[in-house]
Design a protein around this ligand. Structure first.
Ligand code: HSE
Length: 298
């Protein structure tokens, strides 16, 4: 049996729309066995599609198709700790798991680069699948069907406060809220900050993250879809967060904090229920996952 463990991911990191992402200490676990039919089980009661439209199965089948190998069926189990449709990379976890699981069942014929390219083709952009596969902080470019990445381990000095609401937001809806065209000024605003954020993570200069994660391309268009989101930015900054941004397409709001700031999480958890607009959010203390997806053969 093949067991694949995949981390949650937080894409965009503010200015790095469709380009930056990081992996976190929250995981989904999947098992794979070859079988003569499709048998998909969720081991924690989360509803998942049980037929050939299941994203894990579809992603596994893409590996068989790429290699020209017939796939009679698969037995898959899913343990889903990453909340769905919350901007924490649950879909990417399914895609990465399906690809890694199928590749392991077939004896490891695809390279990591080929698997990352396939995962990006399925997802449409690399900023979740790349950190899900590689771990750490990853900067990615998808150019003419090829993915180019640089991964950097995230310093132990950082922790991440995921403010997860009790309502979902589908990525398709959050992408539909974006304008077709942006101004040259806004493009420069973001490219300079995405570059600064990358350099800040590489150099350990975390005081820069506040300005480096500001954005003009997507967050202001998406915040109206996230009731309480605006207030949460101020709330987390007032509590001492280094930076706050919408995680992926939302609706989770992510705050970057110093791990030494022990009080941040206690104060946030105590204060959230007292704010009418923030009641829907629960704060989760997460650390970086610098290892990325893991495959175990038993
Ligand atoms: N970069 C993507 C977005 C991440 O913001 O739409 C979510 O899939």
């Amino acid at each position: 049996m093949i067991t694949v463990t995949v981390p949650a991911t937080s894409a965009n990191v503010g200015a790095g729309f469709d380009a930056l992402g990081l992996a976190l200490s929250m995981h989904n676990v999947f098992t794979f066995e070859e079988c003569d039919h499709i048998d998909i089980t969720s081991v924690d009661g989360t509803h998942v599609p049980a037929g050939n439209n299941n994203l894990v199965y579809r992603s596994a089948r893409a590996v068989y198709d790429q290699l020209g190998i017939p796939l009679p069926g698969l037995r898959i189990t899913q343990k889903n700790d990453i909340p769905m449709a919350r901007g924490l990379g649950s879909s990417s976890a399914c895609i990465v798991a399906g690809i890694l699981g199928a590749n392991a069942l077939l004896g490891g014929r695809l390279t990591r680069r080929q698997m990352l390219t396939l995962a990006t083709a399925i997802e449409g952009h690399p900023d979740n699948v790349a950190p899900a596969m590689l771990g750490g902080f990853v900067t990615s470019v998808y150019d003419e069907g090829q993915v180019y990445t640089v991964k950097k381990d995230i310093d132990e000095a950082l922790a991440f406060a995921a403010f997860v609401p009790d309502f979902p937001l589908l990525t398709a809806k959050a992408r539909a809220a974006l304008p077709q065209m942006v101004s040259h000024k806004d493009a420069v605003y973001n490219l300079s900050r995405a570059a600064l954020a990358t350099a800040a993570f590489c150099d350990g200069d975390y005081e820069l993250l506040g300005v480096a994660t500001k954005d003009a391309l997507h967050q202001s268009y998406r915040l109206p879809l996230i009731p309480g989101g605006d207030e949460l930015f101020d709330f987390a900054l007032d509590l001492g967060a280094l930076a706050v941004y919408i995680s992926g397409a939302g609706p989770t709001i992510m705050a970057v904090v110093r791990r030494s700031d022990k009080n941040f999480f206690e104060r946030a958890a105590a204060a959230l229920p007292r704010h009418e607009t923030l009641k829907a959010f629960t704060v989760h203390r997460l650390l970086a996952d610098n290892a990325g997806a893991a495959v175990q053969v038993t």
